[in-house]
Design a protein around this ligand. Sequence first.
Ligand code: AVJ
Length: 315
Amino acid sequence: MDLFLTADDLAKSLRGDVREGLTAAPKTLPPKWFYDERGSGLFEEITALEEYYPTRREREILTARAPEIAGITGARTLLELGAGSGEKTRLLLDALRGTLRTYVPVDVSGDFLAGSAAALAADHPGITVHPVVADYEQHLHLLPAGERRLVAFLGGTIGNMPPATRVAFLGGLRATMGDGDALLLGADLVKDTARLVRAYDDAAGVTAEFNRNVLHVINRELDADFDVASFEHVARWDDAHEWIEMRLRSTRDQTVRIGALDLTVTFEAGEEMRTEISAKFRRARLEDELSAAGLTLKHLWTDEAGDFALCLAVP
Ligand code: AVJ
């Protein structure tokens, strides 16, 4: 297992992000801090909700196209950025059985990687599992080199980045890629607004709990005293940017102390803090942004309903 990111680095970047976000106007928090153990569990629950279609749609596309992806790429190494629960990975590993030697799951959580890597290795005896603890927004250049690498960035997580960050990220990725490498990118598509909003504001309130979880994380990790129950979940479609925005709205005037930062912040009643953007794409935007990063879109597959896109791009 390669370690490019220590618990100490993570703690430092959480402190930096929280100080920056809570002293900005309007206040913001980056979505990467949702995913502690509880947050990851809540996200798993979200993926099973009737309203949340992206995971099911992407799985549908992968199931249909994995053999084609294997045929086109002939990948020897699969690098998965932000390795998820493993189910989609299995579809790819099974389809790539003929050529694949090495699977490289990349995640910020070493504990998570150690657990899932062992299980995958046991089921795929011919494949070496080489986990890497890294932040894919910082450490792309450190990922293992090799021939015929397939980099998978699934789930639609690219949508969490604002446009300029996306292009910089894709450009950084392109810089690590050579001839014969390919990128497999999952991206959610623009669709009916009511469906989009429901996917991020489910009836059972799981997404609301997931959203508020970032406050639990800050309370625990940074000795803060957020009264979590006094923040309401908000999910809104931003038509100009074509993204869903999640926010936390303070239900009252209040003061929050973040002990580890020696910082006190105030919220007004009704004040909203942005916690996530989840951009939705059209084909042209995907093609343009990939091309701006030096990548050519070779295939764009969607599910039957046309809800989600899986892109295969090459240098
Ligand atoms: C894991 C980033 C793809 O943006 O749809 C789910 C996270 N946020 N519900 C998404 C999320 C609210 C999810 N990604």
